[in-house]
Design a binder for this molecule. Structure first.
Ligand code: 5RP
Length: 222
């Protein structure tokens, strides 16, 4: 039997129409979207993709999906991406895979955004999943201290004993908040801090969420 991630991920590939320029998200759910896109391409579907991470670009190229640089496209028809948490308004937290900056830039350039998630990621209130912030390395310690003093419980994301480095060369601070009562206010507050490049709060961006639930799917629309 397919997992919820695989079911949701593969389903999203069927929203793609011939000739589209696609934003290709990052993560283990959208991985299955790319596999299903390959199946559809073998049946004649034509598409071009813009990757949101090096990891996705490598997989796409392995599958024979033509990749365009972000700078070469004016608009993207549709972006298919994962998410870490989604609330009933289809606002979400992203960046668990560390690709939040490029994911947000690609989403903002897209006519439509669909997220693919498993059932556990649908929540009433965002914040149990730590909120990622992409920050410039020069300011990492000072920002950490400031956020700690504000009670936001930041942790430097680590990988193999070193601070995680994003595709843009930045670092990630994960805020352990438990519950975010005002996502818009928090996003604005964090973005105003010098050295914060982007937050993992993706607000009013996804038009549709495809949720894998057991052996079926639920579609949510904004
Ligand atoms: C990467 C992301 C991912 O889309 C998010 O973490 C979901 O990943 P997965 O599908 O592996 O659970 O935002 O930055």
């Amino acid at each position: 039997m397919m997992t919820e991630k695989e079911r949701a991920g593969r389903a999203a590939a069927h929203a793609v129409e011939d000739g589209m320029i696609l934003g290709l998200g990052t993560g283990s759910t959208v991985h299955f979207t790319l596999l299903e896109l390959k199946v559809r391409m073998d049946q004649g579907l034509r598409l071009q993709g813009v990757a949101t991470s090096q990891r996705t670009e490598i997989l796409a190229r392995e599958l024979g999906i033509p990749i365009l640089p972000f700078s070469a496209v004016d608009r993207i028809d549709l972006t298919l991406d994962g998410a870490d948490e989604v609330d009933p308004n289809l606002n979400g937290i992203k960046g668990g895979g560390g690709a939040l900056l490029y994911e947000k830039l690609v989403a903002e350039a897209s006519d439509k955004v669909i997220w693919v998630v498993d059932h556990q990621k649908m929540v009433d209130t965002l914040g149990r999943f730590p909120l990622p912030l992409e920050v410039v390395p020069f300011n990492l310690e000072k920002l950490w201290k400031k956020l700690e003093n504000q009670g936001y419980h930041p942790r430097v994301r680590m990988q193999a004993g070193e601070p995680f480095v994003t595709d843009a060369g930045n670092r990630i601070l994960d805020l352990h908040l438990q519950a975010i009562s005002d996502p818009e206010g928090l996003h604005r507050e964090l973005k105003l801090m010098s050295g914060v490049v982007e937050t993992g709060l993706f607000l009013h961006m996804a038009e549709e969420v495809i949720e894998g639930v057991g052996d079926t799917l639920r579609h949510h629309f904004r």
